[in-house]
Design a protein around this ligand. Structure first.
Ligand SMILES: [Fe+2]
Length: 257
């Protein structure tokens, strides 16, 4: 499958993103999220499924439990176990890592719950690199960042992810705001560029990997959404793409040579 994998990496380099299927990632993180939401919901909803728990937490009187970013971080144990599982399933190599931008001492894996038709719950348009530059977060020299974003609960036919193809090749100007904790957030207001972002076909069971400089944002739909994301630090983006491609090919039941 060498030539096909080269094509996948070429697509990523050209477009700034690539979408694969991954039953493993979907099943693995759905289970973790279900357990996490059970803890947040307490006993009342613990026996129900991820979808039901999401709907419970999306209620106005419960949403405060999952609004702040600090409440949307998986535990250190879950994050460390996820890295081990990703390596065991050959999606990451021993040299790759999940970044610790919040300086917590462990890989940072976040999730987000977006209430249906809520414009305020989604992330504004940005490139991830802007956060890293504004806050002077660092990864070791020679490593590159790639974001992995996985929808777990969302509309089956309406994407909740907006992106702009080839935007990682441009150099957009942006300003920033600073929150109470001193964290800087990019502010991008170029309406004519924002209008160009399109829903990308990322649905439950698929995963999108995108470039650090890729313009993207969330999109509210008429369905509650739960997604999970993390940033991979790697010296070899091509190998990451190849690994996810291989996993996706197997997931689709296609024999690889
Ligand atoms: Fe982002």
């Amino acid at each position: 499958m060498e030539s096909a994998n080269t094509d996948y990496h070429e697509t990523y380099r050209k477009n700034g993103y690539i979408i694969f299927r991954s039953k493993y990632l979907f099943d693995y993180f759905s289970k973790i999220m279900s357990n996490r939401l059970s803890e947040i919901c307490k006993s009342t909803e613990s026996s129900s499924g991820l979808h039901e728990k999401g709907e419970f937490l999306a209620r106005d009187d419960n949403f405060n439990l999952v609004r702040d970013k600090k409440n949307r971080l998986l535990s250190s144990q879950s994050c460390n176990e996820a890295v081990t599982s990703l390596i065991e399933n050959h999606l990451l190599s021993e040299r790759d890592f999940i970044t610790d931008e919040e300086c917590l001492g462990y890989p940072n894996i976040y999730w987000r719950l977006v209430r249906k038709n809520s414009q305020t719950d989604v992330g504004p348009v940005h490139a991830d690199k802007w956060f890293w530059d504004l806050n002077e977060w660092r990864i070791p020299d020679g490593y590159q960042r790639m974001k992995v974003w996985i929808p777990l609960i969302q509309s089956s036919n309406t994407s909740s992810f907006l992106g702009l193809c080839e935007s990682h090749l441009e150099n957009y100007s942006y300003s920033h705001l600073e929150d109470d904790g001193g964290k800087r957030r990019p502010s991008f207001t170029q309406a004519e560029i924002i209008a160009k972002l399109e829903p990308l076909p990322v649905y439950s069971g698929s995963v999108i990997i995108f470039h650090d400089e890729f313009l993207h944002g969330g999109r509210s739909t008429n369905t509650t959404r739960i997604s999970i994301e993390f940033t991979v630090g790697t010296m070899n983006p091509e190998m990451i793409i190849n690994s996810f491609a291989q996993s996706s090919i197997m997931d689709l039941g296609i024999q690889s040579k």
